[in-house]
Design a protein around this ligand. Sequence first.
Ligand SMILES: *Cc1c(COP(=O)(O)O)cnc(C)c1O
Length: 405
Amino acid sequence: MKSKQPAQHLQDLQFFGEFGGVNPSISDSSTYTFMTAKSMSDTFEGNTEGCYLYSRHTSPSNLYLGEALARMEGTEAAQTFASGMGAITATLMQLCNAGDHIVTSRTIYGGTYAFLKNFAPKFQIESSFVDITNLEQIEAAIQPNTKILYCEALSNPLLEIADIKALSKIAKKHKLTLVVDNTFTPLCISPIQLGADVVIHSLTKFINGSSDCVAGIVCGSQEFIEAIKSVNDGAAMLFGSTLDSLRAASILKNLRTLPIRMKQHSANAIYLAEKLSSLGLKVGYPGLENHRGHYQMKAQLNEEFGFSGLMTLDVGSLEKANEVMELMQHKNIGYLAVSLGFYKTLFCASGTSTSSEIPEEEQKEMGLSEGLIRFSIGLDNDIEHTFQQMKECLEICKVLDYVKS
Ligand SMILES: *Cc1c(COP(=O)(O)O)cnc(C)c1O
């Protein structure tokens, strides 16, 4: 029997409102009454099912959203957060004590990089930054005090592909927790099925998809999720980066169209990637056979969703990148903005924006060139037209001449 696809899990869920509404009622309360004093003290000890205590701990709306995302990723449970960084920092701090060590990909989201490089060391939590595609380098970086192996399934902004199965083997061998940030590839890649222990998303991006709020999720075992929201020593509860119920409800509604949105983002991205590379441009897209991680990604892909909506284009210099981006915005091809997963195409020069936390030297070393534009391809209804417009911009900015010379 064919196992259920993650999208099917999402669409099988039924949450009704208290008056039979087709959407669950929004819990518009910070605190909850108890029928008896005994049930209140039991809830504080964390051993009552179905009782709500205080909305920083859990709220019905956050639980609905958590349950939907746990289903999508195939975990027992999930905890929502007020941002992706809220989810990431709480997870890392929950899993590590002072003196512990993390092995992480060096090509990760700028905020995660800054946290590991500049903040966690204040608590004697040190990190080794490795090339995540180099398994020998990863093994060599593991120390007796290493607790976590951390990566992004598809990395920001270089679009490197992590071999999650291989990383899982290494993690098991050394008793590490494999934490995968799957923000760039929801539905496209299912890290838990490939052996990851914990999956994190910034819901801000594809999952919510409407660029109207920030939010995050941690999907993991019941045991881990209980631990992270423990009233005594849980990072979610104690750091307090809790998502508001109104937002949890609106994200849950947007989540329902994620399958069709991911298919369209991917279809548009591969169309542009193929067309632009046929012009001789330096395009990075994991769906292209010439991409370094193409076969790796294909091997772990839920193929119906494609290779996601992120694409890079190296136009040679920062000046050129800025010129091209300003013109593309002027022609309304998309917006000069960070973030991703919007209906409109978004673009930015990664080196000076979302990865600016990474020192210039290190950017060079990892192959992040300053003329690199990162695109989050939108849901354009007429992608052929978009391509013609993009080509025109590249011609006006003489990027095509630069390629030919
Ligand atoms: C945006 C992003 C984050 C951080 O999420 P926020 O919701 O902005 O806090 C983490 N990881 C990746 C890959 C991201 O793109």
